[in-house]
Design a protein around this ligand. Structure first.
Ligand SMILES: [Zn+2]
Length: 164
């Protein structure tokens, strides 16, 4: 066990590179065993109300500028979200995957990206973004895994997709 850094914004395990999935991605620089806390998802702690305002703003901006706005809001608890859209949040480059090798752990107000299986050097890291069914059509998935359901959607709601 390594000691826990104060703010884990970088990690010897990973590097950011161009991804085939979406713009940049995060890749393993070495073999990573299962159960490793690879990096922390950091950002600005904001209220739910502020998070809603920022999300709406990004959607409005993408309507007028025709560029796809990105939202990096992450649920922390019932009252607060993390806005990970800050340059020191390396974890924001991790793409969604329908066949993920990582998951997010929320512990004591900190969000960690943890490996859920052994990851080989060079593999791209991914976790399920856990989006709700409500607006799944706005979030097509191009993760190219054989298990891809075509949308960024939390796994427990995949059955709803099959019914459509
Ligand atoms: Zn997918």
């Amino acid at each position: 066990m390594t000691s826990e850094p104060l703010l884990a914004t970088s990690s010897p395990y990973i590097e950011v590179k161009k991804s085939r999935i979406h713009n940049n991605g995060v890749f393993a620089r070495m073999d990573i065993p299962k159960g490793v806390r690879i990096i922390q998802y950091v950002g600005e702690k904001i209220t739910k109300r502020e998070a809603d305002r920022r999300a709406d703003l990004v959607i409005e901006e993408s309507k007028t500028s025709k560029t796809l706005g990105a939202v990096y809001l992450f649920e922390l608890n019932k009252r607060y979200d993390i806005d990970g859209n800050v340059h020191w949040n390396t974890a924001r480059f991790i793409n969604h995957s329908c066949s993920p090798n990582c998951e997010t752990i929320n512990e004591d107000g900190k969000i960690w990206i943890e490996s859920t299986r052994n990851i080989k050097k060079g593999e791209e890291l991914g976790y399920n973004y856990g989006y709700d069914f409500e607006s799944y059509e706005e979030h097509p998935c191009k993760c190219s895994s054989s298990a891809c359901v075509g949308y960024i959607l939390q796994e427990k709601q995949w059955k709803k997709l099959q019914k459509k």
